[in-house]
Design a protein around this ligand. Structure first.
Ligand code: GLY
Length: 356
């Protein structure tokens, strides 16, 4: 069992990482929401079928009247139309400002359920119960909540911290292996930016069984890194940007494939490999770093390149250009475990996005 504190003054909360904690969720959540009478559990159709009834039972055992709100699985559901349906169901369930929302699922559920909680009745308490590796080590921590617009991902959102994050690593046993590896790409990212020992631990795993046997420690280390970064920069104006290592090119890869061929983690892996190959060439990164990243990504069947022309990747990065004007902040490795932010003119970007 491990508890990580996210220290944000009045908005502080704990991340509890315990195998099997799903069945204790009622008591855990009651301890941070003493007065709530009702709980709305938001999850997608896949996760609700696997774990919705168990969480409902755990919550009812601690006196919550529970409503399960289920939306169709998939990124397409992270939209305003689905959000409107969730608001209707929260209203129909009689959720008041003293009640709570529980987001049970992966990144889409955390973002969509968290945004619903942030805005319904001008904000009701919410708890994250992440079920994918990606959500357990990244998206459930730090309070970023959002929905997508046709113009791009996460374009409507907020920073809204949960009351509690409950991580049951046993739930990863039902995660399809492709999505275990998808999340692992983000764990490799944490190793790259902050923790060489974590990177080496992931590189040294024998196979997926070994990985799952050791996943608790990996999740704990990633959450501790993320908590520390979020404590320093809750609103993503400086240090927190380091979490975007591999994401600038990764987001472009996702756009180029129409969010189909590559998962988020796969695209981030490609972004980390491609960028580091170039920053090595530019003398910013210790030689051999890109090869080390590619080796560990490939060990988990994660791609290290994508078949898109430099011009297409640059066009895909265009949305970030609009956000930040004439320059973009790139996250660059000095070596494995050490990273820095570099403001880069848009004109210089092609140097960092070459494919060879
Ligand atoms: N997923 C990056 C962040 O939370 O800032």
């Amino acid at each position: 069992m491990s508890i990580i504190n996210v220290n944000l003054g009045a908005k502080s909360y704990q991340i509890e990482i315990v195998p099997g904690i799903l069945d204790e969720a009622g008591a855990k959540i009651r301890s941070v929401c003493a007065k709530a009478q009702r709980a709305a559990v938001i999850s997608d159709s896949n996760v609700d079928a696997l774990y919705g009834a168990r969480l409902k039972k755990a919550l009812e055992g601690s006196g919550f009247a529970v409503t399960r709100i289920v939306f169709p699985a998939g990124e397409k559901s992270k939209c305003l139309a689905e959000l409107a349906k969730i608001y209707d169901q929260l209203a129909a369930a009689g959720i008041t400002r003293s009640d709570l929302v529980v987001a049970l699922g992966g990144g889409v559920t955390g973002d969509l359920g968290g945004f619903a909680a942030a805005t319904f009745l001008r904000g009701v308490a919410y708890v994250q119960v992440p079920t994918s590796l990606l959500a357990q080590i990244d998206s459930s921590v730090g309070g970023k909540v959002a929905v997508d617009l046709p113009a791009g991902k996460n374009l409507v959102g907020n920073f809204y911290q949960p009351r509690l994050v409950l991580i049951d690593t046993e739930l990863l046993r039902t995660l399809p292996v492709r999505f275990l590896h998808d999340g692992l790409a983000e764990a490799i990212k944490y190793g790259c930016i902050r923790d060489k020992a974590l990177f080496e631990q992931i590189a040294a795993m024998r196979d997926d069984e070994d990985l799952l046997a050791n996943i608790g420690g990996i999740v704990e280390r990633c959450c501790a890194i993320k908590a520390e970064i979020v404590e320093h920069d809750e609103f993503d104006t400086g240090e927190r940007m380091v979490l975007n290592f591999g994401h600038t090119i990764g987001h472009a890869v996702e756009k180029c494939c129409g969010y189909t061929t590559y998962t988020h983690g796969e695209a981030v892996g490609i972004g980390m490999a491609l960028l580091t190959r170039q920053t090595e060439r530019l003398g910013l990164t210790q030689p051999g770093t890109a090869d080390a990243i590619c080796k560990v990504l490939q060990k988990y069947n994660l791609p290290v390149e994508a078949p898109y022309a430099e011009a297409d990747l640059l066009a895909g990065i265009g949305m970030d250009k609009k956000k930040s004007g004439s320059s973009i902040t790139l996250i660059i490795l000095k070596e494995i475990g050490s990273s820095f932010l570099q403001k880069t003119d848009w004109q210089a970007l092609p140097d960092y996005v070459k494919r060879s």
